[in-house]
Ligand binder design. Structure first.
Ligand code: FAD
Length: 556
């Protein structure tokens, strides 16, 4: 059995090594057009920033080490340029000397990864993607030559764009970030993306949102609004597109998403050809539709799935949740499943929970506050998605929620998870448990909530907004139109409240919940502002709407 693999990094190399562990007799040949295999592409930005100091630590394996341990025939600088499915051969071109050879296969695995969009023409300004060792060599060489005062434009504020920005800033480069949408990290909902924008601005990044590059000329970039930015380097980080050229030209089916269509064993429309990694469609865990998720974990796992299937082990892939995390200037941003924006766009009913828990017990030094958002199916209580932005502890919580989603737990069941606790690690009611309690209160009807973007309409319809924080907190900044009635005074002063519907709010939603429970039991029609003042402020800041007022102490 002769298996040829196209692409020698995440998916391709996982398939190759797994297949060898399963079948010592298989003939396995890996073609990689670049000079390196199995390199740490996720680590590349951190080499640019100097956090990873040793370039060699990016190069995890060599053809020699892979031959020694796995008896793999790994051929670098060898690009597959054509697949002949009828003859079951591929045409391979040596990128150094241009010679080509035909190689036959019994089974072929496509693991060619992704590309970015059409490259910008630099007209004298170096333009690089941030995808290969060659890219980071070129970027660091340009920056070394320029010394201090270098300027760079990063195009695209997705995961790789933000990692590029952080690491360029770490090197002392003045960075302009150009983003087509209104906020960085478009998979995040606006109120969750607002801290990301703040972090960029706080670190001196010149952020140009709602902008695209119109032209590049003699050391400067012109944006579509006519503004001009001087630059020494452009990092191209716009979007990630499945690299499907070979598959398309061979007549292997490519789906509407632009990725290669595969079954749950990573088999393409041709039963002798498997495909894995960024180039393939995944099945979405929320709606079972074809989707694109370009993450390393899935590439590695699906490489293993393909190898299993080739070796006769039927272990199907599971649908993709899209779990992802990125760090930016000390901020950790993580997400899983669908955003509210996506749920709204697809017309899918959902319930939203915002919380702002601490990373660990507040009384233990060093606790950091995070912002957490859950998206929940109101019928079944299934978890549809989560987003968390903060510092310490964000990574742990997103993984707990992703695990809960994979295991089919409902949102309320998060409250009943028995999670490890000591004060320096968490809270007796962990951040995940707390989000579960809020979800449970909504599911049972114990509390009704209102979202930050629904507040204006509710007040326009006659609701009274009550700020149940302390008078001191209220005086430091309050929501427009809010009146102050601190939580501890509600029982004695309830008669002062006007008739009609009430909306209560506090700083993060917790005291508001207590107030809502009390007022509900006193017979009032009341809703709690989900996530409190903090979420509202983040939402206003993200949408560029007027922020809080400093009231002349409006009290009921
Ligand atoms: P790749 O790992 O990209 O490998 C494809 C290989 O195929 C390439 O080396 C290419 O040269 C080769 N190739 C293509 N065509 C041919 C051909 N015709 N002949 C021969 N060889 C060919 N994911 C995360 O989950 N977390 C992260 O933190 C993260 N950070 C990232 C940071 C950066 C800078 C980048 C670029 C990606 C990051 N990713 C991250 C994404 C992750 O690296 C990819 O999802 C994963 O590598 C995809 O694996 P793959 O095998 O499909 O493609």
């Amino acid at each position: 059995m002769r298996t040829l693999i196209i692409g020698g990094v995440a998916g391709g190399m996982s398939a190759a090594t797994r297949l060898r562990r399963l079948d010592e007799s298989a003939e396995i040949v890996v073609f990689e057009r670049g000079p390196y295999v199995s390199f740490a592409n996720c680590g590349l930005p951190y080499y640019v920033g100097g956090i990873i100091e040793d370039r060699n630590s990016l190069l995890l394996q060599t053809p020699t080490s892979l031959a020694a341990r796995f008896r793999l025939d790994v051929r670098v600088n060898e690009e597959v340029i054509r697949i002949d499915r009828g003859a079951k051969t591929v045409l391979v071109s040596n990128v150094l000397d241009g010679t080509s050879t035909a190689e036959s296969y019994d089974v072929l695995i496509l693991a060619a990864g992704a590309t970015t969009g059409p490259a910008l023409s630099g007209h004298g300004v170096p333009v690089r993607t941030l995808r290969t060792v060659d890219d980071v060599d070129a970027i660091t060489s340009v920056l070394d030559d320029l010394g201090t005062g270098a300027r760079a434009v990063v195009v695209g504020a997705g995961f790789i764009g933000l990692e590029a920005v952080e690491n360029l800033v770490a090197r002392g480069v003045h960075v302009t970030l150009v983003q087509r949408g209104p906020l960085p990290l478009s998979p995040l909902d606006p109120e969750m993306a607002s801290p990301v924008l703040e972090a960029l601005l706080d670190h001196g990044v010149d952020v140009r949102v709602n902008s695209t590059v119109a032209d590049v000329r003699a050391g400067q970039v012109q944006l579509d609004d006519g503004s001009v930015i001087k630059t020494d380097l452009i990092i191209e980080a716009r979007g990630v597109r499945p690299d499907t050229n070979l598959a398309r030209s061979a007549g292997v089916t490519v789906g509407a998403t632009g990725g290669i269509t595969v079954d749950e064993y990573q088999r393409t429309s041709d039963p002798s050809i498997y495909a894995v990694g960024d180039a393939v469609e995944k099945t979405d865990a929320i709606d079972a539709a074809a989707t694109l998720v370009t993450m390393a974990g899935l590439a590695n796992r699906h490489g293993r799935t393909a190898a299993d299937a080739i070796a006769g082990i039927a272990e199907p892939s599971v649908p993709a949740l899209g779990t992802a995390i990125v760090g930016l200037f000390g901020l950790t941003v993580a997400m899983v499943g669908w955003s509210e924006t996506r749920l709204v766009a697809s017309g899918r009913p959902h319930r939203v929970v915002h919380t702002h828990p601490s990373s660990h017990a507040g009384y233990y030094p060093g606790a950091e506050q995070m912002s957490m958002k859950l998206l929940i199916d109101p019928e079944t209580e299934a978890l549809l998605g989560a987003q968390i932005v903060g510092g310490a502890g964000v990574d742990k919580r997103i993984d707990v929620i992703a695990t809960a989603m994979a295991g089919g737990l409902t949102a309320s069941q998060l409250s009943r998870l028995e999670l490890a606790y000591a004060p320096q690690f968490g809270s007796a009611k962990d951040a995940v448990n707390m989000a579960g309690y809020v979800a449970d209160n909504l599911a049972t009807g114990a509390t009704r909530s209102i979202q930050w973007h629904e507040l204006d309409d509710a007040m326009g319809a006659g609701a009274t907004l009550i700020d149940v924080r302390s008078v001191d907190e209220f005086s430091r900044g309050a929501l427009p139109g809010a009146v102050s009635l601190p939580l501890d005074e509600i029982r004695t002063r309830v008669s002062e409240l006007p008739d009609g519907p009430l909306v209560v709010h506090c700083q993060v939603g917790q005291r508001g919940h207590t107030a809502a429970r009390l007022l509900t039991q006193l017979g009032r029609d009341v809703r709690n502002l989900d996530g409190g003042y903090r979420t509202w402020l983040a939402g206003m800041s993200a949408t560029g709407t007027t922020a809080a007022t400093n009231p002349s102490l409006a009290h009921v």
